[in-house]
Design a protein. Structure first.
Length: 327
């Protein structure tokens, strides 16, 4: 496991929030894998950490900057972190040793809490680049996201369906912030970003220079939807970013909140309750539209739910499947 995944950008949030008397959070210490700075995972993690951390309860949440979904799943499985957000497709593959994880061991030891929102696959170029479509990326330098990130997986699949092999483009692996900086400086030609739209790093970039989002044509979208079960249609509405005058049609995947099976049932039930009781505060803090109701939060997830989350949903009249590992 790469040491930098755990070490870079860790922030400790000890914030006053609601008083969680008797809810199971007293004395709890949670390391939260949040992916790279500038993405929606990190914004969600920072906000949710503030909501679940109560000074009187001495509950501490450490938000850890990681390489993204795949890294989060490995870190959860190996016990380095206790909570994370990851893409639904990668979560399924890691849990069942399928797809991207087909030739590796099954990564277990974690369970689902809730599906949060749909992440859009965004491909960003400078408006003055002359790049109008995926075909125009041939011969260009393109960031496909960090190694072990969900963005990397989506980029590889989109490029393959588009016929853009490694021989046709020059791929680099950058986090969102560095990719935006290099695009602004003209050092790369495009970058992929799988995150909720509006994505902060892209918004900030659009204030520095005019950008364009590439649309996936209907044929490409159909191929992706037919080949991979976890993709859904996604539209980035016009006006999401500066000077974006048209809707952008692409594909997306759900982001899922996960927890370690080693967290007690009482603790995870309290975390799940906090998630839904503070959905308005989360929405105010995030640029992406989150669909926070109990029914939609349980749909489309193929791995077991933690028993603590299941206990909360049962009180809402919803039954979900739990795994043997969640306590």
């Amino acid at each position: 496991m790469k040491k930098k995944i755990l070490g870079i950008g860790a922030t400790v949030l000890i914030l006053s929030a609601a008083f969680f008397a008797g809810c199971g959070l007293t004395g709890t210490r949670i390391r939260f894998g949040a992916a790279g700075l500038g993405g929606t995972y990190h914004a969600f993690a920072d906000t949710f950490a503030g909501l679940i951390t109560a000074e009187k309860e001495k509950c501490t949440v450490e938000v850890k900057t990681t390489a993204g979904s795949a890294a989060n799943l490995r870190l959860l499985s190996d016990g380095y972190i206790q909570m994370a957000v990851a893409q639904n497709d990668l979560t399924n593959d890691a849990y069942y040793a399928a797809g991207t994880f087909e030739n590796s061991r099954k990564y277990r030891g974690y369970s689902a809490v809730a599906a949060l929102y749909t992440e859009s696959c965004q491909i960003v170029v400078r408006a003055d680049s002359g790049i109008e479509s995926m075909d125009d990326l041939q011969g260009k330098t393109v960031s496909v996201g960090e190694n072990e990130s969900g963005t990397e997986l989506n980029a590889e699949q989109i490029l393959a369906v588009s016929g853009l092999t490694d021989k046709l483009i020059d791929k680099v692996h950058l986090d969102y912030t560095e990719a935006a900086e290099r695009l602004a400086d003209g050092k790369i030609d495009a970058f992929f970003c799988t995150a909720g739209a509006e994505t902060t790093v892209i918004s900030e970039l659009s204030k520095q220079c005019e950008i364009r989002l590439l649309e996936l044509d209907e044929s490409t979208r159909d191929k992706l939807l037919n080949s991979y079960t976890f993709y859904t249609e996604s539209v980035i509405p016009k006006g999401t970013y500066n000077n974006q005058t048209e809707d952008i049609h692409t594909v997306g995947v759900k982001a899922v909140l996960l927890v370690s099976d080693k967290l007690p049932e009482k603790t995870v039930k309290a975390l799940t309750k906090t998630l839904f009781e503070n959905k308005q505060e989360l929405q105010y803090a995030l640029p992406v539209n989150i669909v926070m109701n109990e029914q939609t939060a349980t749909e489309g997830i193929t791995i077991p739910f933690h028993k603590g989350a299941a206990a909360y949903y049962k009180e809402c009249g919803i039954d979900v499947v739990t795994g043997k590992g969640s306590r």
